[in-house]
Design a protein around this ligand. Structure first.
Ligand SMILES: [Zn+2]
Length: 390
């Protein structure tokens, strides 16, 4: 095992700190809501934790990364209604497409990939723990809300002030104006289902889980009361992760997470890539024209902590880089530099630059490239569209 610890930026500490887990590293990343195809923003999030796991395994750890699937929430129910299909049929189709993209990108498989609908009993039990601790209340109509005034560390993960939190809650389905709440930042743990929505029995009346509750219940069920690292896109810091952390600590008396690590947003046309704006690049489209290893290289050429802009230069550059690395052949050129770069706050651009320099100097780089998840010992493929035409 390497002697110096890895160093990673911790969102809650707001600085780069030593990351020193035990032999088994427990990780949780918020997964997809399966109602639309995987875009490059998703792929970027999962690639970051994939490279992190590769380096942790290289350092001698076992990694257990849980990635949930939110197969019941507002967005999937709305899309299923629009398409006039059952929400679980929509979920099944989109999960299959997601796995197809993840496999093509040669992602390490999730240690487990539990679905929200598999966790209703766990979620009800978890909500019971929060209520028993006096951190939540049952409102008229059967909704269960977390009372933020009972938890004095609310805001400590994001570091946002009340005004910022209120604005983000309004933007992300937190409904600060909901008249059933005691305080505008209270968030829902269990919600009565609307007409036509799926519902499950509970002590508080029929309903479905709130958005944040699923991840807290699943992290605890699948991993532990306290996990080593929690990941996700930086747009999840508030409200999602703040609320997860608050309710979990309220339920168990122990912190949910030792280290918070967030992936910055990928932008296109100056805005965050998102379904609502429609400025998306789909992995399935890129796969038609490019070797999937080049898609990986296009992503890891950017540092996880800095937002970056998608542009037309990225893929041609990545195609050329992949061809050069493959041509360089077998060898351990740049291996030490790549290990150092990844240990230094997962500095993938520095790792890529070190491999480029080694290739330019005539060395083989297969071992260093493998740490970035790029197998350089297979010939370059030209993409599905081109190969099917051949
Ligand atoms: Zn989550």
């Amino acid at each position: 095992m390497a002697t110096e610890p890895m160093r990673l930026y911790d969102t809650a500490a707001r600085e780069i700190v030593a990351f020193e887990p035990g032999p088994i590293v427990t990780m949780y990343t918020c997964g997809i809501t399966p109602y639309d195809a995987t875009h490059l923003g998703h792929a970027t999030v999962y690639l970051t934790y994939d490279v992190l796991q590769r380096r942790l395994r290289d350092r001698g750890h076992e990694t257990r990364c849980v990635r949930n699937i939110t197969d019941v929430d507002d967005s999937i129910l709305a899309k299923a209604k629009e398409l006039d299909v059952h929400y679980l049929d929509l979920a099944a189709a989109e999960i299959a497409r997601f796995h197809n993209d993840m496999d093509a990108l040669e992602m390490l498989p999730a240690w487990s990939e539990p679905r929200a609908t598999s966790a209703i009993a766990d979620i009800r039990g978890f909500i019971g723990m929060v209520l028993d601790g006096g951190f939540a209340y049952v409102a008229e109509g059967g909704g269960v809300y977390f009372d933020v005034t009972k938890y004095d560390k609310f805001g400590s993960i994001s570091g946002y002030d009340e005004e910022q939190m209120l604005a983000l809650a309004a933007e992300h389905g937190g409904f600060p104006d909901d008249p059933k709440k005691r305080n505008p930042l209270d968030f829902i743990l269990w919600q009565p289902s609307a007409e036509g929505e799926p519902e499950w029995e509970s002590l508080w009346g029929p309903g479905r889980p709130g958005w944040h509750t699923e991840c807290s219940a699943l992290a605890m069920r699948e991993l532990d009361t306290t996990i080593d690292l929690h990941g996700g896109g930086s747009d999840l810091i508030f409200p999602h992760h703040e609320c997860e952390a608050a309710q979990s600590e309220a339920a168990t008396g122990k912190p949910l997470v030792r280290h918070w690590m967030h992936q910055a947003m990928v932008r296109m046309d100056g805005e965050k890539m998102s379904k609502s704006l429609g400025n998306l690049v789909f992995v399935s489209e890129l796969r038609k024209e490019h070797d999937t290893r080049a898609i990986r290289l296009g992503v890891v050429a950017h540092h996880y902590r800095h937002a970056w802009e998608w542009n037309e230069q990225i893929m041609p550059e990545a195609d050329a880089r992949l061809a050069a690395w493959v041509a360089a052949g077998r060898g351990d050129g740049a291996l030490a530099q790549v290990r150092d770069a990844l240990d230094n706050d997962l500095d993938t651009p520095a790792a890529v630059a070190a491999i480029d320099a080694s290739v330019a100097a005539g060395a083989g780089v297969s071992e260093a490239a493998a740490l970035l998840g790029v197998d350089t010992l297979r010939p370059v493929e030209v993409g599905e569209a081109n190969s099917s035409a051949a």
